[in-house]
Design a protein around this ligand. Sequence first.
Ligand SMILES: [Cu+2]
Length: 232
Amino acid sequence: MPFSQPASNLSVVSDNVFLYTLALSALVLLGITTLLIYFVVRYSRRRHPQPVNVSENTPLEVGWTVATTVLFLTMFAYGWTGFEYMRQAPRDAMAIDVTARQWSWSFKYPNGKAAPDLYVALGRPVRVLLHSADVIHGFYVPAFRVKSDVVPGRTNDAWFTPERLGTFDIECTVICGPGHAHMLGKVYVVPELSFKQWYFGPTDAPLPSPATPPPSPSGTGASSPSPPPHAS
Ligand SMILES: [Cu+2]
């Protein structure tokens, strides 16, 4: 797979449409190029010194017009189905306010808690409500295949369900000033329990730990992150 590893429910939707479009376009390119070369050879001046006027062939013209139109409309239909799905946030999605400003991101949760990065629970749908404090920005999480403009004066939205634990980049996709390149954020996908402990915990509860403990191989303590119990 030529993409970054899928990390949300939208990754596969987006990748499949992209691959289908790419495959169909490659097929059409191959067909046209093959015909082109064939005609160049078949109707060269050497073989046909005297040009002949060829009149139209209606069935052929209607045929290729209809066939290619239908073929390309399948791309639209496939893309539209995915787009519809991406636009319909589930009712139980947690709505998080995302504010973009020159040149950083901030996040506010429904119960008033705030975080400098986006913390989300694994397997739980999230809806981001995108606000801008100044100019047009672009909210983009490549691993989730989530992207939307952030426009001052209006609230755009997007949704996703994180499906992989880990840390993922948030990028700004709109040139928004000299600090644009540094307008990077992080999404931390944490286990639901750690998310709840922070979210429902006291106001000064520590942010959920983004570190996902590696599965400790039994028998060897080589990769164990914990220090030895006693210094000798
Ligand atoms: Cu920006």
